[in-house]
Write a protein that binds this ligand. Structure first.
Ligand code: DGL
Length: 271
């Protein structure tokens, strides 16, 4: 048993979709969340920049004495070197493994779609893991670089015409390929789930990468005997690198019933 908090980070607020699920499945755990709101988005940046940002995010979480780190960001998960992750002093997971596993378990036709940021799709991370698990799979991967700014700027509500048009533009080729499973490979995308689901149609199952990762992390913590042993009363502390005011406005949207907890701004460059 281990009473220390679980550390979760993202380039912005998308990782809160993983926190929401963590709170649901592990209500007795303390959580420290860092959202790099001052430097979001990561997905349009160079690989070296993303790795350098991720190192700082991880150092900050380690300074908070976390027992386990979740990179609740498809972009970091697709970019941060696995050898470096393996050398960290605490266990680390990204979202690619759990989301790929969920997609492979879901598909019946063997046609899987993946959507993510430009950096995620360029890395080929999901496709490589899925091909290992399911040889012969047909993969359609599509970068959706405008989705993160739409979500971070409050355009995720159903009925935004701009959002509907952009969804149709990005997802028409994916729908035409006849996929039956679509990985939301960026943790911001569940905020667009209803609109994406409506566009793709009822025959397509959407895989929420943050949600399935939270579930997998809960199992890993249990296997490693790292759970706190408490069944409720877990707290959450939130840190951001830009003004906490925007975070407070948006956290309900991401966290739903689990909103709440102190928010503090930190100087991430110092880490
Ligand atoms: N939530 C991040 C991800 O999963 C957003 C990426 C970005 O900052 O561009 O990829």
């Amino acid at each position: 048993m281990d009473p220390r908090p679980i550390g979760v980070f993202d380039s912005g607020l998308g990782g809160l979709t993983a926190v929401r699920q963590l709170r649901r499945v592990l209500p007795g755990e303390d959580i420290v969340y860092f959202g790099d709101t001052g430097r979001v988005p990561y997905g349009s940046r160079a690989r070296e920049t993303i790795v350098q940002y991720a190192r700082q995010d991880i150092r900050f979480l380690l300074s908070q004495n976390v027992k386990f780190i979740i990179a609740a960001c498809g972009t970091v998960s697709s970019t941060f070197p696995s050898e470096e992750a393996a050398r960290l002093p605490v266990p680390y997971t990204g979202v690619v493994g759990a989301a790929s596993r969920a997609a492979v378990n879901t598909t019946r036709s063997g046609k899987i779609g993946i959507i993510g940021t430009a950096a995620t799709i360029r890395s080929g991370s999901y496709a490589a893991v899925i091909r290992d698990m399911l040889p012969g799979v047909e993969i359609t991967a599509q970068a959706c670089p405008l989705f993160v700014p739409l979500v971070e700027n409050g355009y995720a509500q159903n009925g935004s015409r701009a959002t509907e048009l952009i969804i149709a533009d990005y997802l028409t080729p994916v729908r035409e390929r006849g996929v039956d499973t679509l990985i939301l490979g960026c943790t911001h995308y569940p905020l667009l789930k209803k609109s994406i689901g409506d566009f793709m149609g009822p025959g397509v199952t959407l895989v929420d990468s943050g949600k399935v990762t939270a579930q997998a992390a809960a199992e890993a913590l249990a296997d490693l005997d790292l759970l706190s042993g408490r069944t409720d009363g877990g707290s959450a502390r939130y840190y951001v690198s830009d003004t906490p005011a925007n975070f407070a406005e948006q956290e309900t949207m991401f966290l739903g019933e689990y909103a709440g907890g102190p928010v503090e701004r930190i100087a991430i460059d110092a880490y």
